[in-house]
Design a binder for this molecule. Sequence first.
Ligand code: CP
Length: 308
Amino acid sequence: MVEWNKRHLLDVEELTKEEIQQVLDTAKSFKEVSSRDVKKVPALRGKTVVMLFFEPSTRTRTSFELAAKRLSADTINIAVSSSSMSKGETILDTARNVEAMNVDAIVVRHGSSGVPQILANNLKSSIINAGDGCRSHPTQALLDMFTIKEKLGKLEGIKVGIVGDIMHSRVARSNVVGLTKMGVEVTVCGPSTLIPFGIEKLGAKVCYSVEEVIKRSDVLMLLRIQKERQKENYFPSIREYAMEFGVNAERLKKGKKELLIMHPGPMNRGIEISSDVADGPQSLILEQVTNGVAVRMAVLYLALGAKE
Ligand code: CP
């Protein structure tokens, strides 16, 4: 075990291979807590964790809150739309006022890249990035790594294909950075207009044929088209995207029998993934969600423990 010396979690880029391994090992030890009758350990008793979400979320927000509660921390959800930000208060002033109530960690999601970094630069609390713009979603990448390792026993040497809107996906970027650090071979795939220039520099291979990626992968990660972040049309229509890149049971036959299917959610059934694939025996989608709680317990535990 390396000594954990990080107060914040802003990006997987800032984590070493050993630190990623430590998060995964800590998550493994916490996973069992969620299957107990009394789903609680006293690890963060007396700590307060605030959720500050400027974008919608089902999985990340709920699992951070459950993670904090299962570690016995107190939790507060700030409803941004009914907060004083609607009267013109800045994000930083809001966060400073929240911190003045002696909270220990702020879990933040924002549509603009860099907001968690600004909070970390200006506050004493632990800042945990729950997704910022198109840039980073570190706990999603950590839970994805945890899920692959739990299923396949290792990360080194595994081949992962990531298919979809790579350009606008913070999940894709964080996974490319994190998985390649752990020795995984990552191939990204999608319309050429949605593959960011220079992604190879982060360690990913690029392939424009979904069939090729299906054939060569051990794990296939499917991403939705992020219409809300696109400023122009990157392909002719959703129907054509689904025909060219959507994964259904027929297409899946081209891959290994044991090919695993992942999706960070939310899914758009019938576009990037068909229901028979999403709900089929190769799908790990709900296991990813289950593991999200354990991984976020590990992240909160390490970040808040490190301050003392
Ligand atoms: N994967 C993910 O970030 O899901 P939510 O937007 O529901 O949190």
